[in-house]
Design a protein. Structure first.
Ligand code: AMP
Ligand code: ZN
Ligand code: FE
Ligand code: FE
Length: 294
């Protein structure tokens, strides 16, 4: 069914399958009017996406997705409308992406040590931008070790498996402050997938104090009951309920592009808040030092 708004998608600038131009063409074909591109640790797809969106009459919302760790649990933080041209924002994103390259190499080394023969050169070819585990998963698929990307996570590269290597460590507060340092709007991504309702409730007061402004409520596979629970939490903590599919292309997440209803009200609220922040001097932010790499 056609929906108009999708506020969570990925492109080849990180671990999506489609280029920003192809993604926008598909968005147009399924009837979307508003699309946010939220690649992992990069905004490098946004200019191409904006140009394609203009040609197709789609409203493109610049965004980003950062991962963070809270004592072993993961929280992903979306950032809407960051002033991404800011050089200090870009230089810090480069630090995160460089760390992703080293991590990718290390994952391949660990897999090789366990008799799984994939090559870093191939992973690097598959990753046209920010390197992620889905690129390693695709190399594992090509080499015949697994039949699907989820199977690669389950057997080889999920947390606790032989190929797993952690990412550059940001706390959820770091991720929020990083986004705020470019006047962006931090939103908790897929809150039930990670970290889950109970922990979320515990963590929300601190996350809100750090500057979180939204909660991804209308997320791809969430049931109506889950949506209602999240909507109630969003109201309780005065967070903007946002949503999207987390579309990466076929084979990574189940929901097709535009396959979830997201109210336009979410877009209106995000735009209004972004408008208030635009051009203000943002709070400063420093990345935490990298954890010693072995
Ligand atoms: P990374 O940021 O490199 O650790 O990779 C995480 C990305 O892999 C997430 O953004 C998801 O899109 C994808 N992912 C995580 N777990 C799975 C899974 N079990 N099956 C398929 N894709 C996954
Ligand atoms: Zn991803
Ligand atoms: Fe995510
Ligand atoms: Fe995502």
């Amino acid at each position: 069914m056609a929906h108009f708004v999708d506020l969570h998608t990925h492109s080849t600038a990180s671990d999506g399958i489609y280029s920003p131009t192809d993604l926008l063409q598909q968005a147009h074909d399924v009837g979307l009017k508003v699309l946010a591109l939220a690649d992992h640790d990069t905004t490098n797809g946004i200019e191409e996406a904006v140009a394609a969106a203009q040609r197709l009459g789609i409203e493109l919302i610049p965004a980003i997705e950062l991962n963070s760790d809270a004592s072993g649990d993961e929280i992903h933080v979306l950032g809407y409308f960051p002033e991404y041209q800011r050089p200090e924002f870009q230089s810090k994103l480069t630090v995160l992406r460089d760390a992703r390259e080293r991590r990718g190499q290390k994952m391949v080394e660990q897999l090789n040590e366990h008799g799984i023969h994939i090559r870093w050169e191939r992973v690097h070819e598959l990753a046209q931008g920010s390197v992620g585990r889905p690129h390693v998963a695709r190399a594992l698929m090509e080499a015949g070790y697994v039949q699907s990307i989820p199977e690669a996570f389950e057997k080889y590269i999920g947390n606790g498996q032989v190929g797993y290597v952690p990412r550059y460590k940001l706390t959820p507060e770091d991720a929020v402050c990083f986004i705020c340092s470019a006047n962006g709007l931090p939103v908790i991504a897929h809150p039930l997938t990670l970290p889950g309702l109970e922990k979320l409730r515990e963590w929300l007061p601190d996350l809100c104090a750090a500057g979180m402004v939204g909660l991804e409520t209308y997320y791809g596979p969430y049931t109506e009951e889950e949506e209602q629970q999240l909507l109630a939490l969003a109201h309780e903590f005065s967070l903007i309920p946002t949503g999207g599919t987390d579309f990466h292309g076929p084979g990574i997440h189940p929901t097709p592009l535009g396959g979830r209803h997201v109210p336009y009200e979410a877009v209106k609220q995000l735009k209004a808040l972004a408008e208030q922040r635009r051009g203000l001097t943002p709070p400063p932010f420093e990345l935490p030092p990298p954890v010693e790499e072995k």
